[in-house]
Design a protein around this ligand. Structure first.
Ligand SMILES: NC(=O)c1ccc[n+]([C@@H]2O[C@H](COP(=O)([O-])OP(=O)(O)OC[C@H]3O[C@@H](n4cnc5c(N)ncnc54)[C@H](OP(=O)(O)O)[C@@H]3O)[C@@H](O)[C@H]2O)c1
Length: 321
């Protein structure tokens, strides 16, 4: 497994990580605990050392990692988050309860440390910006948590660039975690340049477009009510039809190279920038192996140019969720 560095920290992570969200949250019923623990341990055996979780994925999600990594804590890099303290449905839309006040962050981190059965977090992300707290105040709290040894590094998720710059001046950010994939390329506009300039890692979430880019979902797919994709714009038949052209291209290239569409997608992300670390989520060991193997898929300059030029030409619907 190839390794990448988490920005300005000296933390080395596998080029492909594993997102644990779908094991408990967003994609239907909770997965079997023992199977998920085995999957997490298997990931480590396969060379993956980077795992992403959050309290809002269900407290059981952090507990899963805590239990799976008992005895091998030092071998893994855990990213968890603060700032979303709950969710509620308001007129059929899920809304986050936000709190990044210093005293709340301190309560949130103590909860995460207990559930993860650890005394430090490798990478602590602000999950979403709290409009009532200035970035400088959040960064100051992160600086204190680093000095206290409770976190090794910190980052932000889906924060505006101006906010990131202000926070970064107070306590340097090691990673930005945002959505990025062939059907969501907005980070290319300005964030990548900032990451490059400031030596910040870019952790790409939903790198498979919530599964769409694996090519394994059809436009007559139905999702259960507790699967967020039943409401997601990306899985509406007309959006899927519009984005089918992307799938056609990657499926053809996958056939030519004797790999899978998901592997082309993840390899393309790795080749875009040396600081990108995709964290695909899966609950299935075969898919875990498939996704991790993508770090071995080489794309030539010609193949990359072809993919990028094709993506530029296509009229992709970049529905965020
Ligand atoms: N910071 C944030 O705000 C934020 C937001 C969303 C997600 N995240 C993080 O990013 C991680 C990944 O994002 P994501 O789960 O939203 O999207 P994703 O990785 O793009 O897609 C996950 C979905 O694709 C399926 N899948 C995975 N590998 C596959 C393969 N090789 N072939 C076919 N299907 C495959 C999974 O189903 P199976 O389980 O059935 O394989 C799952 O339903 C999450 O786990 C979470 O840790 C962070």
């Amino acid at each position: 497994m190839k390794m990448r560095v988490l920005g300005n920290s000296n933390i080395q992570v596998s080029a492909i990580g594993l997102g644990a969200m779908g094991m408990d949250h967003a994609y239907g019923p909770q997965s079997d605990r023992d199977e998920m623990k085995s999957l997490l341990k298997r990931a480590v055996d396969l060379g993956c050392n980077f795992f992403d979780t959050a309290p809002v994925y269900g407290e059981s999600n952090e507990r899963l990692l805590g239990e799976a990594f008992k005895g091998i804590r030092e071998n893994v890099i855990i990213a968890t988050k603060f700032g979303i303290t709950g969710q509620e449905k308001v007129s059929n839309k899920i809304q986050n309860k936000l709190n990044s006040k210093p005293n709340s962050i301190r309560q949130q981190i103590d909860g995460s440390l207990e559930r993860l059965e650890t005394d430090y977090i490798d990478l602590y992300f602000q999950h979403r910006v709290d409009p009532d707290v200035e970035p400088e105040e959040v960064a100051q709290t992160m600086s204190e948590l680093i000095q206290e040894g409770k976190i090794k590094a910190w980052g932000v998720s889906e924060a505006p660039l101006d906010y990131i710059k202000r926070a970064h001046r107070i306590c340097p950010i090691s990673a930005i975690e945002n959505q990025y994939s062939m059907v969501y390329r907005k980070p290319e506009d300005e964030l990548f340049e900032f990451c490059e300039e400031q030596n910040i890692a870019f952790v790409a979430y939903s790198p498979l477009g919530n599964g769409f880019l694996s090519g394994k979902y059809s436009d007559n797919q139905s999702f259960s009510d507790d699967d967020f994709r039943s409401e997601m714009g990306r899985f509406k038949p007309e959006v899927m039809a519009q984005n089918q052209a992307v799938l056609d291209e990657i499926t053809q290239m996958a056939k030519d190279k004797n790999v899978t569409p998901a592997q082309i997608v993840l390899a393309w992300e790795l080749h875009q920038k040396p600081f990108i670390i995709p964290i695909p989520g899966t609950t299935k060991i075969e898919r875990l192996k498939e996704n991790l193997k993508s770090n071995e898929v080489e794309l030539s300059e010609q193949e990359l140019d072809y993919l990028n030029q094709t993506l530029d030409k296509l009229d992709i619907d970049e529905t965020h969720f």
